[in-house]
Design a protein around this ligand. Sequence first.
Ligand code: AMP
Length: 280
Amino acid sequence: MKTLTTIADIESHSKTRRRPAALVPTMGALHRGHLELIKCARQSIGQEGEVAVSIFVNPLQFEPGSDFSSYPRPEKVDQEICRENGVDVLFHPRASEMYFEDRSTVVEETALSETLCGASRPGHFRGVCTVVAKLFHLLRPEIAFFGEKDFQQLAIIRRMVRDLNFPVKIIGVPTVREADGLALSSRNQYLNTAERFDATVLRRAALAVKERADSGENSVAHLLAVARETITRVSSARIDYVEIVDGESLQRLSSLNERAVLALAVFIGKTRLIDNLRFQ
Ligand code: AMP
């Protein structure tokens, strides 16, 4: 495995590469969710192709007062995980390498970014789009893999790629979960034992809503009430948002359609977790 940390090195690698590449962008603290993306990347690009992983805790996508400085950075362990899982190239730059001090250009998606996590975390998706655009330029992948756990991020990246004609195919990978349903996330490490138990409420709420929908309830207001009731029964849980939106436009719905997605962001203690569920 090649580990590259500078712009010069990754640019020269991409320029001289003679095989197609699949990219998995991450912020590290790798878990089975990331490994699933790496596995899908390998399956898609084949043994002859190159699987590249980027690990970069992107300061631009952390709003002031959030967990940028405390975000886990187990660099050695991550590097070993990449090596063991057949990654060909690990790009692991420092923030000072990625961003000029006087940088003044950003990539901003202006519709899908307004709702859900975008409303709670101003500037977050501008940071995400800017860094993903830079990674696409630097690594020049034919195909890139993103988790459906961050379904709004996936929708926004697809829109950016469409609107700006990036020559990259975007693939969404289903959410990997713990046995009790909790979606894997690097932030799960912040949870203490009691909170870890309470954190299953996101999945329980989503499944309760799905069950009600499957039994014929079509009203979004009624379905959201089911989710809220389930979540508010857990004392450590505080709802950031619970919404049912169109999976493409991300606009709120009043009744379910075939693209409807339930999206949740819930604080368990101080840790903000997200999850989502498609109705079809
Ligand atoms: P992160 O390191 O949290 O920025 O995530 C990097 C990529 O892994 C993103 O595309 C995420 O959507 C994806 N990802 C994170 N958690 C999971 C999971 N539990 N299942 C599938 N993909 C995930």
